[in-house]
Design a protein around this ligand. Structure first.
Ligand code: 13P
Length: 298
């Protein structure tokens, strides 16, 4: 731990960690947040090095928004299977089929897919961004559940892709029924990556940042949480007088757990593995992220 802090100071590094990271990683982070917070932090940091504790597309987003920084991902195996469900060729084919539609890429995509898109969104701003678009037709990739959820909440015509996050997609309506029976006083909040059928049974549908805020601000003392298990550590730590239950055992993302303290130490020591985006992709991908930030004023 001392070594980590010494190296961090020597490298002038900042540690950004996603809300799904293991507890010991959350506890050494300078900033813990959702995909949107962390992207904005990356774009505004004056540190020389960003250690990104999360998955690959998040580190890539940091590299796009902070092009003059060294961005480290302690373990390159930390991918996002959802992001891998859509390719550049898929987006080009969709665009050819629907030439009048805007292409909206969820932040859980590669930089190459972002570069093919008109604008990016995260769970925190998807509804605002999609509603603000001038186009009536919207191609949304890759999360089909989030796409269908957005379709139910806007007047836009959504063309969705059938990618899913396995951890969220495996939550069942029965899990919500059981949670209501076992914790009748609890607020049930779910991530929009669950199926729309599950979302319809919940009290709140929120990204991880929204869950953190609601847990803090609402008067209720008990919550059932329908997103990846790692967030429970943060919620419990920040709200010691409240109780948090995980909605389903499926809510576990193995690649989020590749980050270790030893991995952070060696990344800081070796300044590797680095995440870099080739310039021919970076310009266009950055434009899609900047447009998201412009449309929401974040
Ligand atoms: P948030 O943006 O809500 O933190 O979600 C990130 C994510 O990858 C969900 O699977």
């Amino acid at each position: 731990m001392d070594e980590l802090q010494t190296l961090k100071a020597r490298r002038r590094a900042v540690i950004l960690a996603h809300n799904y990271q293991p507890p010991e990683i959350q506890d050494v982070a300078d900033h813990l947040g959702d995909s949107l917070d962390l992207s904005l932090r990356a774009s505004r940091t004056d540190a020389g090095v960003i250690v990104f504790c999360g998955v690959h597309f998040m580190a890539e987003t940091a590299a796009l928004l902070a092009p003059d920084k060294v961005v480290l991902l302690p373990d390159l195996r930390a991918g996002c299977p959802l992001a891998d469900t859509v390719t550049v060729a898929d987006v080009r084919a969709l665009r050819a089929m629907h030439p009048r539609a805007a292409v909206v890429a969820y932040i859980n995509t590669s930089a190459a897919v972002k570069a093919e898109s008109d604008v990016c969104v995260t769970s925190a701003n998807a509804l605002r961004v999609v509603s603000a678009l001038p186009e009536e037709e919207v191609i949304f990739v890759p999360d089909g559940n989030l796409g269908r959820y957005l379709a139910s909440r806007t007047t836009k015509h959504l063309i969705t892709w059938d990618g899913t996050c396995r951890a969220h997609d495996e939550v069942r309506v029965d899990d919500v029924r059981t949670a209501r029976r076992e914790h009748p006083e609890a607020v049930i909040m779910v991530h929009p990556e669950v199926s729309p059928e599950v979302a319809a049974q919940a009290d709140l549908v929120l990204g991880t940042g929204g869950m953190v805020r609601q847990a803090r601000e609402r008067p209720e003392r008990e919550f059932v949480v329908g997103t990846e298990a790692g967030i429970i550590h943060r919620l419990q730590k920040e709200n010691p007088g409240k109780r948090f239950h995980l909605l389903s055992r499926s809510l576990w993302c193995p690649t989020m757990k590749y980050t270790t303290l030893a991995g952070i130490v060696s990344a800081l020591r070796d300044l590797a593995p680095r995440v870099e985006v080739p310039p021919e992709v970076a310009g266009l991908a950055r434009r899609a992220l900047d447009r998201m930030i412009e449309l929401t004023g974040d």
